[in-house]
Write a protein of this length. Structure first.
Length: 430
């Protein structure tokens, strides 16, 4: 196997000299800010009791840090209580340097000397092979999710869980709060439209932590797919409540991916992430406000879009007329380095803001422009529309194309959302 050398130092996912950092945590939280302990913080506090003496494979990225920004791989390496067999990098890589749809390759971590496997897009069989090659007893997952079905880390977790079940490995999830809270919203994935941005039937904004999702996957999906559940342990957070957003806690924010710079990005992403499915509109990649700046070529879109959206009086959000030039275009090269016109999504009341309803309104109004076009991928002739994979079915696209307004589109998934709420309830931890 070809391996690259991962250099430590500035920007490395391993966060500084652990011994020098010491076991402390940040000072008291500001008034009104909730002090929260992640699963990693709890594991460190227990002196790694749940993993003592085992050969551990770690699935993580730059977000796997404790309250003092120390990375779990560094902490495990210096603890003397855990034997790290390997690490595994998801989309964007173990160090988080790759763009959407990319990874960093397999290499060696300079600080610890452990092999870091490129696991992005790995099948269950590939996961089983990596577990066997690294001689892993227990798999540990610690990645900050952002709460949207099409954010791929939860599917890395699902596939690696299924492989662990098949291979008889234990699976431990170090839980982290959902930065956009515990409320579920949006349409359900349907089986014919499953893909890497939605492998299983959950709703678009699932409102669960990764630990809760692991419990849900283990009970609802693994028995049917694998024939058994995985030996699962969730190391729970402490002091997190389902109504808390990232801004309500003292937890550090490390970018989960290159275009997820702030908790504000995460808040809008379950909605404006749908613009990845529109060929003629950029979701703001290559700007300082990805997924908050949305627009198309300036000769095709104009200020009327924002005016019409503001006239709707959508709860908790206002729209600023915006002009910008994206320096990264993803799957839309025609928009790269071109002046774009559109809106900046300004959340003014987090408590009432609904990202998916907001995005539906944005799509309905954008559809008025003659230049509007859904993204179609030539590599999938059976399911060519990317928006169908993002929303879970052709329903949203066909309804908007037929002239349906926001209430009709959002109302179409009310029953399936309610059913998901009931189904997930036994697996919630907080």
């Amino acid at each position: 196997m070809e391996r690259r050398r991962f250099l430590a130092g500035a920007g490395a996912v391993t966060a500084g000299a652990v011994a020098a950092a010491g076991p402390g945590s940040p000072g008291s939280a500001s008034p009104g800010i909730r002090r929260v302990e992640t699963g990693l913080d709890a594991l460190v506090r227990s002196d790694f009791a749940a993993l003592a003496g085992e050969r551990v494979g770690v699935i993580s990225n730059p977000t796997g840090v404790d309250s003092a920004y120390r990375h779990l791989v560094d902490l495990m390496h210096t603890s003397g209580r855990v034997r790290i067999a390997a690490a595994f990098g998801p989309e964007h890589g173990f160090r988080g340097s790759a763009q959407a749809g990319g990874s960093e390759g397999t290499g060696v971590d300079a600080r610890t000397g452990i092999t870091v496997y490129d696991a992005y897009g790995a099948s269950q069989a590939r996961w089983e092979g990596m577990y066997a090659e690294a001689d892993v007893d227990t798999v540990v997952f610690d990645i900050q999710d952002v709460g949207a079905r099409f954010y791929t880390y939860i599917w890395t977790m699902y596939t690696s869980m299924a492989a662990a079940a098949r291979a008889g490995r234990r699976y431990v999830v170090l839980d982290r709060p959902n930065p956009i809270g515990g409320r579920a919203r949006g349409p359900m994935m349907t089986t014919p439209y499953t893909s890497g941005v939605g492998l299983k039937e959950i709703v678009q904004q699932h409102g669960m932590t990764v630990g809760e999702l692991a419990r849900y996957f283990n009970a609802e999906f693994l028995p049917a797919e694998v024939g058994r559940r995985v030996d699962l342990e969730v190391v729970r957070c402490r002091h997190w409540k389902r109504d808390a957003l990232a801004a309500d806690t003292d937890l550090p924010w490390v970018m989960p991916s290159p275009n997820m710079p702030t908790p504000d990005t995460a808040l809008v992403y379950p909605g404006t992430g749908l613009f990845e499915g529109v060929a003629s509109i950029t979701e703001g990649r290559g700007t300082c406000r990805p997924f908050e700046l949305i627009g198309g070529l300036a000769e095709d879109f104009d200020y009327h879009w924002g005016d019409r959206l503001n006239a709707r009086g959508l709860p908790g959000v206002e729209f600023r007329e915006a002009y910008f030039t994206p320096t990264s275009a993803g799957q839309k090269p025609a928009l790269l380095n071109k002046l774009c016109a559109g809106v900046e999504v300004k959340v003014v009341d987090r408590a009432v803001y609904d990202p998916i309803r907001t995005a539906v309104a944005m799509l309905v109004e954008a559809r008025r422009y003659p230049a509007f076009a859904w993204r179609q991928d030539s590599w999938d002739t059976v399911r060519p529309f990317w928006i169908d994979k993002l929303t879970g079915s052709p329903r949203l696209r066909t309804m908007i194309d037929a002239g349906a307004d926001v209430d009709e589109v959002v109302g179409a998934w009310a029953d399936e959302l309610a059913a998901f709420e009931r189904r997930r309830r036994p697996h919630l931890l907080y």
